[in-house]
Design a protein. Sequence first.
Length: 155
Amino acid sequence: MEAGETLLVLGAAGGVGLAAVEIGKSMGARVIAAASTPEKLAVAIEHGAGATVDDSTDQLTDRVMALTEGRGVDVDVCFDPVGGSLFDAALSSLGWGGRILPVGFVAGVPQIPASRLLVKHRAALGSSLRYFRWHAPHKLRRSVEELYAGTARAG
């Protein structure tokens, strides 16, 4: 993710979601937090989200469209620890070249039709941190060092 991009975080009030909100904010992203209650959304705002979606009452794609001031659905990156029915709406919220990162599926394992990726040059990248320790420990070490350095700068 690059500074200036828009990051949509599903499950934004959970531990993993809040970390994504904070990291996205520290990287210079515009962060849109999605959660299921006003109280959870308030927590996400306290941690750096600039806009919110109440996914229990709002249609995710429609709300994102409104947040982008009618320019279209232009989320660059979606961090998804939820899965289930929110995944499809989040995928629809991605703009051209958008990326979705499923990191969990507490609400169900989503199916991704390849056509949904092809049409807008989208990408889906699954990731589980635990496998990095065996397959790419140097990347894990570098990522942790960058996180610590970013946290120290944010102070």
